[in-house]
Ligand binder design. Structure first.
Ligand code: SAM
Length: 288
């Protein structure tokens, strides 16, 4: 039986065997602390179900997921890792690796297929930092029936999800994620447990499906509107919103009717404010 992939010795052996250097452009920082990957897998709720991992790297977290889940599907952008992963994960026959940019994958079809076969589907990942936000938007906006999403990211980005209204961290992602999920901090991670060592610390957070998800009629339109209101944080909500609607007069009257001050900034608006804003917007636009 091999040592866990996340041990320093095994990681070095794999990197050396394949003459592999971490690629900065793909956000590659490999975890070299077995207890961390064990804890992520353990808390991911993958037991007795299927897990989807974004960016397996050399397989450190994948291995721990494979030991617990019935099936693991990974999306990896770096084709150099084909031989590496066949070697490092050769003991596991419940792992499927798809070499594709996760941003381009058909997540909905994959999740539905796994859900039908295994009953439960979760996402677990140590996300590449350069596209954390885009990956999360993709997951939240896909509206797929995931049971939990457990992800490691830069600590500062993680803070945004637990941010309260009117704080500097509060942003469009805080709002969009909370339509479906409650966000729970899992653990903080020091930068020292990666090879190579990044310049920032990390945190693992978990999104758990809300018992009563908010009902929003046109979610895609709601997400677009929220993102537009936060587009330039220095600007007032009115200035961002009128650019989005391309109609200053209409923007003014919708905001007023929704009870939002024109001088307010998006970060001072609550979920209820945005839901009201969208409601008035739909009404007004339909009579035009
Ligand atoms: N899971 C490994 C670990 O924890 O040691 C590696 C994590 S590393 C931070 C991020 C991984 O995501 C890398 O393997 C990288 O090649 C992969 N990656 C980067 N961009 C991606 C994308 N758009 N789609 C899929 N994988 C991606």
């Amino acid at each position: 039986m091999n040592k866990p992939i996340a041990t320093v010795a095994r990681t070095n052996e794999i990197l050396k065997r394949f003459d592999l250097n971490a690629k900065k452009t793909f956000g590659q920082n490999f975890i070299i602390e077995p207890r961390i990957v064990e804890k992520i897998a353990e808390s991911s709720q993958c037991q007795d179900g299927a897990a989807i991992e974004i960016g397996p790297g050399i397989g450190a977290l994948t291995e721990q997921l494979a030991l617990r889940a019935k099936h693991v599907t990974c999306y990896e952008i770096d084709e150099r890792l084909k031989d590496v992963l066949s070697y490092s994960l050769e003991e596991y026959d419940n792992v499927e690796i798809i070499f594709e940019d996760f941003l381009n994958c058909d997540l909905k079809t994959k999740v539905n297929e796994l859900k039908e076969k295994y009953g439960k589907v979760v996402i677990a990942a140590n996300l590449p930092y350069y596209i954390t936000t885009a990956l999360l938007f993709k997951i939240f906006e896909a509206k797929v029936p995931l049971d939990a999403i457990t992800v490691m990211m830069q600590k500062e980005v993680a803070d945004r999800f637990t941010a309260k209204v009117s704080t500097k961290d509060y942003n469009a992602l805080s709002i969009i994620s909370s339509v479906y999920y409650d966000c729970v901090p899992v653990m903080k991670i020091p930068r020292t447990i990666f090879n190579p060592k990044p310049n920032v610390d990390s945190a693992v957070i978990q999104f758990r499906v809300k018992e009563q998800p908010l009902h929003i009629e046109d979610e895609q339109g709601f997400f677009e509107m929220v993102k537009a209101c936060f587009k330039q944080r220095r600007k007032t909500i009115y200035n961002n919103y009128r650019e989005y609607l391309k109609d200053s007069e209409l923007a003014q009257s919708i905001l007023k009717e929704a009870g939002i001050e024109l001088s307010a900034r998006a970060e001072t608006c609550t979920m209820e404010d945005f839901i009201r804003l969208k409601g008035v917007q739909d009404e007004k636009k339909s009579v035009r």
